[in-house]
Design a protein around this ligand. Structure first.
Ligand code: MSP
Length: 670
């Protein structure tokens, strides 16, 4: 293998002044998907995200709460990280601009540029917008309103430090023209060139401490702190070792891609590029500016209160369908309108009907008629060679699309194959072939569809990392993926035996949609039965056998009358953290859910008596604690390998036990 530079991808670092919404989640999920794709291609990848913690907005938000800025950002950073954990973001590093490694790099950059004369002091008069933290020229604010946020601006005069950005205007124009792939998509590149057609002003990079104290002190003037954008942009190099560990820095730099929203393209394309020119460092290979998620009524905004919380959707519909929707629906680079209706439509059409149904339409019949065995014979049906050729073409197009961040294209093309396979089932009507006992043809249909499922599972894996392995498992393969370059049509081994399928994307029918939309917590028991309060009522075994009450521990001693045990005895019970991957009701049992949970590498099925308290959607993706070494039991005909812990709530409900902060799946709880 040739030693390739790792694929280094970044998200913007998010302002630690408010909680994140679907827009921020989108940028981060896009970087996550790109990273997973690179890894699937067998390349090394490094994924950086972080938090932008200085500046006036943060200072003001902290003051309003009566806490220090750092207390404020510490709390928000915890929330950011919890969100990324919940969305299963596979970042490698999280940089905070309040960390010493970052502050040191910023001071170094400032020192370097000051020493070479690219930073100078001057008195500046301008119109200042406090919420946006930026000055405007007289001409830009004829109405004395900020062109960005439309709030009043005030005239300020002060000494400041300036970065000689204008000096690099022409080199930047030349660079962009000579590197057509640098700014993408094409229309954004043209916008930047349009912006650069006007004379570029020098950039004010300081703020007097008397106006703003919360920032990185300018090393050559203690009366000033650094302008928050100059500070923030430096994160892309401070996080990879600049300037202390230049060997590490050069391993990653230049970044393969800075992924940004269209609103912050200028700061990246112009401020950051000229800063890098001044530092004598190469520019990133690509700046990709994606569009915005908007609501049919217009922009999402915290002040209007119409922001979409990504977690609400994930809780209701599951993480992978949410990820899929974002990337299938948005033409990556353009704006897209978000609505729950379009989400549901796409879920039902693409996931439940098309992809999910491939398994549901074939595997039960394969089990019934051919002992579940995929048999590869000579391909004699007219369609199979055509499908093989289509799969090869789809893979090539998929790779081309993914390399160019055209996520929607990659998914669309994958669905061409999925649709073809569904059509193939319609054309060949395997139920008829079975009736007519045309076993060779029937085997060919099953093998082709099974192979198609395997093939598509590989392609969707960067988008749906949790459900893609389930497709492999259902067709009887281990849940491991080949590196994409090795994926070829025809690798489904002859004789593979499929599993009993369970719907991976259960269809959302109208009553279910209605109850999900209302955010109902649990479905009512049809018979109005009292719900099992159960201290650990989740216990599948106890749940069905005793109506929820677990077997009482042996009584004796202690304030509560419980017997005391020593540590070794406690350790006989193996408690472990698990992540719920799928959840569905057990047919004919009101209280039971069949769950699959992931413990590190291992996935297992268990049955929990919590269906009256949790909908499947509320559980998928949740971290729970299970008893790992409980003897397997068969509950209503379903195997259960473990027991979920839960406790009764004051209202007679049930709360599953989870960890206070994200823990490693599979890790022992003690
Ligand atoms: N702190 C700066 C970035 C500094 S990078 C050196 C910042 N932070 S932010 O918290 O405002 O988040 C910015 C990111 O979220 C941008 O990529 C922006 O485009 C994205 N989004 C915020 N709302 C969005 C939508 N409604 N839709 C899609 N993305 C949007 O800017």
């Amino acid at each position: 293998m040739t030693a390739q530079k790792p694929f280094y991808i970044t998200t913007p670092i998010y302002y630690a002044n408010a909680e994140l919404h679907i827009g921020h989640a989108f940028t981060t999920l896009a970087a996550d998907t790109a990273t997973r794709y690179q890894r699937a291609m067998g390349r090394e990848a490094w994924f950086l995200t972080g938090s932008d913690e200085h500046g006036q907005k943060v200072e003001q938000a902290a003051r309003a709460k009566g806490i220090t800025p750092l207390q404020h950002t510490d709390a928000l950073v915890e929330k950011f990280k919890a969100l990324w954990q919940r969305l299963d973001i596979c970042y490698d590093d999280f940089i905070r601009t309040t960390e010493e490694r970052h502050k040191k790099a910023v001071r170094h950059v400032l020192g370097q540029l000051y020493a070479k004369g690219d930073i100078y002091s001057d008195t500046y008069t301008g119109w200042y917008c406090t919420p946006c933290e930026r000055f405007w020229t007289e001409k830009e604010v004829p109405e004395k309103l900020c062109p960005d946020c439309h709030r009043p601006v005030e005239e300020l005069q002060e000494k400041n430090y300036f970065f000689r950005m204008s000096k690099y205007q022409q080199p930047l124009i030349d660079y962009i023209k000579a590197h057509p792939g640098f700014i993408r998509p094409e229309n954004r590149r043209n916008e930047v060139l349009g912006f650069l057609a006007q004379p570029l002003q020098d950039l004010c990079i300081s703020r007097p401490k008397k106006r703003l104290a919360w920032g990185i002190e300018i090393p050559f003037d203690p009366e000033y702190v650094t302008y928050v954008w100059f500070d923030a942009l430096t994160n892309y190099i401070s996080a990879i070792g600049y300037p202390d560990d230049m060997a590490r820095f050069h391993r990653y730099w230049p970044a393969s891609c800075h992924l940004v929203g269209k609103d912050i393209l200028t700061t990246h394309a112009v401020y950051w590029s000229t800063m890098l020119f001044a530092l004598g460092l190469p520019l990133p290979e690509m700046l990709f500016a994606h569009g915005w998620w908007v609501l049919s009524g217009g922009k999402m905004s915290k002040s209007v209160g119409n922001v979409v919380n990504p977690l609400d959707l994930v809780e209701k519909y599951g993480l992978d369908p949410f990820r899929f929707f974002l990337f299938r629906e948005m033409v990556f680079g353009a704006d897209a309108v978000f609505s729950e209706e379009s989400f549901i439509l796409r879920y039902n059409a693409d996931l439940a009907n098309d992809f999910g149904n491939l398994c549901q339409r074939t595997l039960p019949m394969l089990l019934k008629r051919r002992q579940g065995k995929f048999r590869r014979g000579p391909a004699t049906l007219p369609q199979t060679a055509e499908i093989a050729a289509l799969a090869r073409a789809v893979k090539a197009d998929y790779i081309a699309a993914m390399e160019g961040f055209l996520f929607h294209e990659a998914l669309k093309r994958t669905w061409d194959l999925i649709s073809r396979l569904n059509k193939f089932i319609d054309e060949t009507a395997p139920w008829k072939l079975a009736k007519e006992e045309k076993w060779a043809d029937l085997d060919e249909v099953f093998w082709t569809v099974g192979e198609g499922i395997r093939f598509c599972a590989h392609l969707v894996q960067p988008f749906m990392p949790h459900t893609a392995p389930k497709f492999l498992e259902q067709i009887g393969l281990p849940a491991t993926f080949l590196p994409l370059p090795q994926l070829e049509w025809g690798q489904l081994p002859d004789g593979t035996v499929c599993r009993e399928p369970s719907p991976i994307f259960p269809r959302l029918d109208t009553p279910r949609i209605e109850s999900l939309k209302k955010g109902e917590k649990a479905e009512k028991s049809p018979k109005g039965e009292k719900t099992a309060p159960a201290s650990t009522g989740v216990s599948p075994a106890a749940g069905q056998a005793t109506g929820g009450a677990p077997a009482a521990p042996p009584a004796a001693g202690g304030a509560t009358g419980e017997g005391l045990i020593d540590y070794d005895e406690f350790m006989k019970t193996h408690l472990a953290v698990a992540v719920v991957e799928t959840a569905e009701k057990v047919a004919g049992a009101d209280k039971l859910l069949r769950l699959t949970v992931r413990l590190g590498e291992e996935t297992r099925q268990l049955v929990a008596g919590i269906a009256l308290h949790y909908t499947p959607e509320q559980l998928i993706g949740k971290q729970v604690v299970i008893v790992k070494n409980l003897k397997p039991a068969r509950i209503r005909g379903v195997e259960s390998h473990g027991m979920i812990l839960a406790a009764g709530t004051p209202d007679g409900g049930l709360a599953v036990v989870t960890t206070d902060r994200p823990a490693t799946p599979g890790i022992r709880v003690k």
